[in-house]
Design a binder for this molecule. Structure first.
Ligand code: GLU
Length: 399
């Protein structure tokens, strides 16, 4: 009855936890929601003030489909300051979150018969977008024994004559792992030699905890500017998930095609949001540093709390705001068989919402988003340990 493409994709599993948590909350349950990757901080005050000023000043009409010149200039200045790369206004489009930037890129570059390489564990939307664009996803796997580091070798080994593009998310969701500049140089050289596109999702670019050589945009721009697509988002760095603002930087040709696609779907990002993001990207960056410092404290806190049980195995992540916990030692054929069953039972009995590794093509794990207060993190850890205590006592039947 429905179009064939609907059979190829499924709805976002990273948003399912959020919905389950909301349902419990509506039922009056004290739920600890560590599911969606969403900062708990309020949007910074000066950003909200810019939005108020936009409304009061009647900046409430259409803008150019690709975004205001003002915002595109601020994005260009941000990338120049952060990475030393030069993009002009015709090489930038403002999108409804990083998600739309990535789907624009997919629909612009991929097509039937193309293979697109990306990595697992990974954000499920990337794979679904490849399928939506009628291309074939080719998944390379990062190893937990290597801290899930994004290495060039598996990407290079997966290249075939049909490879159209490589999509990399660094820092990565859900592992927080990074790709180093050295690994990216190897990918860029191979891609440039074969005319393969590299799409770099920088959604978590501002969330790197320790000094790391992570100027991946410059590596790509210096080696293969024409085949480079950079995407980013205001959501995580500036606590602006609900405002829906991301961006894409690429050649004029790519941006013109994205612009055409977007002009027939969502058109411009909300005018008020655009004014707010000008203040976010163009204003003082201390708010970003302050949130990063707090996330670092939370990371160390929840990591230490969970690690008291050696069966909850996880590395301390280098970036993003997720712990990716190996829970396989707690699964068994006689009790909870899968991490999905583990997470469902944790939700039902202790009202803690985390995201099962299955969502990221990594069964045996669960993801904790530590973009939550210390108090909630402590409560989550207490309930998770109590849940494991119940498991040890044989309380839970097989799921
Ligand atoms: N990217 C976030 C996450 O992984 C938000 C959810 C989504 O948009 O998929 O939780």
């Amino acid at each position: 009855m429905l179009a064939e493409r609907t059979t190829r994709i499924s709805s976002s599993p990273t948003m399912k936890g959020l919905i389950a948590a909301e349902r419990l909350r509506q039922a009056g349950v004290d739920v600890v929601d560590l599911s969606a990757g969403e900062p708990d901080f309020p949007t910074p005050a000066h950003v909200k003030e810019a939005a108020h000023a936009a409304i009061t000043g009647n900046f409430t009409k259409y803008t150019p489909n690709s975004g205001t010149t003002e915002l595109k200039r601020v994005i260009a200045a941000r990338y120049k300051a952060d990475y030393g790369v030069d993009y002009d206004e015709a090489e930038i489009i403002v999108t409804a979150g990083g998600k739309q930037a990535l789907v624009n890129a997919a629909l612009t570059v991929f097509g039937p018969g193309d293979e697109v390489i990306t990595h697992s564990p990974g954000w499920p939307t990337i794979v679904e977008q490849i399928k939506l664009a009628e291309a074939t996803p080719v998944i390379v796997t990062a190893s937990p024994d290597d801290g899930f580091a994004l290495r060039a070798d598996p990407f290079l080994a997966a290249i075939t004559p049909r490879t159209r593009a490589i999509v990399i998310n660094s820092p990565a969701n859900p592992t927080g792992a990074l790709m180093t500049e050295g690994e990216m140089i190897r990918i860029a050289d191979a891609a440039a030699a074969r005319g393969i596109w590299v799409i770099l999702d920088l959604c978590y670019e501002k969330l790197i905890y320790d000094p790391a050589a992570h100027n991946l945009p410059r590596v790509l721009v210096e080696r293969m500017r024409d085949r480079t697509i950079l995407t980013g988002s205001a959501s995580k760095a500036y606590a602006m998930t609900g405002w829906r603002c991301g961006w894409l930087l690429a050649s004029r040709e790519v941006v013109a095609a994205c612009n055409a696609i977007q002009s027939h779907s969502t058109s411009n990002v909300c005018s008020i949001t655009q004014k707010a993001v000008v203040a976010a990207l163009g204003g003082p960056q201390q708010c970003v540093t302050d949130m990063l410092d707090e996330y670092r404290r939370r990371r160390d806190f929840i990591w230490a709390l969970l690690s008291t049980d050696p069966r909850l195995v996880c590395a301390r992540p280098a970036g993003a705001f997720y712990l990716f916990v190996d829970v396989s030692a707690l699964l068994s054929p006689d009790s909870l068989r899968t991490s999905a069953a583990f997470c469902q039972a944790l939700l039902e009995t202790k009202h803690v919402v985390v995201t099962a590794g299955e969502a990221f093509d990594a069964p045996g794990f669960f993801r904790v988003s530590y973009a939550a207060s210390m108090e909630r993190l402590e409560e989550a850890a207490r309930r998770i340990h109590a849940f494991i205590g119940d498991l040890d006592a044989g309380v839970h039947p097989p799921a």
